[in-house]
Design a protein around this ligand. Structure first.
Ligand SMILES: [Fe+2]
Length: 132
């Protein structure tokens, strides 16, 4: 059974959002002075990059390629909340954001008739992460 258009779009949207997260934290880690926060952010953008790979692999296993999307979850978030003005706001938004993402993936997993591969990808790795 081929992937429905809406499923294809949602999985691609998750992937695009992970790309945005990785790039954002990669840029942030690059400009911060070396120290504990930079160290943690380096791990965080590496995790986000791995999540991109998971979604890319998920789509590949479902027999398709990601849709190239211009917008991601972070764009909606920034539009609603505005740009964070300091590191504390970035970390607070990130914590909130990460919790919401995991919650979103859990809701996705609960969708009836979801394909096993996308269900597995929605829950693995993210639920075992620690830190940011
Ligand atoms: Fe992620």
């Amino acid at each position: 059974m081929p992937l429905r258009d809406d499923e294809h779009w949602v999985l691609s949207y998750y992937r695009t959002s992970e790309i945005n997260g990785s790039l954002f934290f990669g840029r942030l880690a690059r400009v911060l002075k070396p120290g504990p926060i930079q160290h943690d952010l380096t791990k965080h953008f590496a995790d986000e990059a791995q999540h991109v790979w998971y979604w890319t692999d998920c789509l590949d296993r479902l027999g398709t390629r990601p849709i190239r999307l211009s917008d991601a979850y972070q764009d909606q978030y920034l539009e609603a909340a505005g740009l964070p003005v300091n590191m504390m706001e970035i970390l607070a938004i990130t914590l909130t954001f990460e919790r919401r993402v995991i919650n979103q993936y859990a809701k996705h997993m609960a969708v009836p008739n979801l394909r096993p591969r996308s269900k597995r990808r929605s829950t693995s790795s993210w639920t075992t992460r620690s830190g940011l």
